[in-house]
Design a protein around this ligand. Structure first.
Ligand SMILES: NC(=O)c1ccc[n+]([C@@H]2O[C@H](COP(=O)([O-])OP(=O)(O)OC[C@H]3O[C@@H](n4cnc5c(N)ncnc54)[C@H](OP(=O)(O)O)[C@@H]3O)[C@@H](O)[C@H]2O)c1
Length: 95
């Protein structure tokens, strides 16, 4: 990836996303874009569409997810698969 590429890191405060953010910063990427869930909920299709219209983005790192432990995964399997598929399906480009 080009150092000046505009990169949106979804889930940048999480365990995976924060590590990716630190690595990209250390590598000199200088156009990193982040939003907390409270600022941009990836399950809100209209908000996601507006965000990508307002911000020209070259690459997306998708590290946002609803994550649970073994107990939570066993108790709420449908909720987890539904919510996490939903994040991946939001189509910012309208393709
Ligand atoms: N942790 C691991 O060792 C590991 C290993 C391999 C794969 N993974 C995968 O990596 C992904 C992330 O895991 P993690 O451990 O980093 O999770 P995490 O620490 O719980 O972080 C999840 C992040 O997702 C964001 N998020 C959740 N729902 C969102 C929504 N509706 N809209 C926008 N942002 C949302 C949260 O944002 P806020 O902070 O703003 O609330 C948070 O920053 C998961 O798919 C997981 O299965 C994790």
């Amino acid at each position: 990836m080009e150092r000046h590429a505009r990169i949106y890191i979804a889930g940048h405060r999480g365990m995976v996303g924060s590590a990716i953010l630190r690595r990209l910063q250390a590598e000199g990427f200088d156009q990193l874009l982040t939003r907390r869930q409270a600022e941009l909920d990836l399950t809100d299709q209209a908000a996601v569409h507006r965000f990508f219209q307002d911000h020209p983005i070259d690459h997306v790192v998708l590290a946002a997810a609803r994550v649970g432990g073994i107990q939570a995964n066993n108790t709420y399997p449908a909720e987890f698969i539904y919510q996490n598929l939903d994040r991946g399906q939001r189509d910012p480009c309208g393709l």
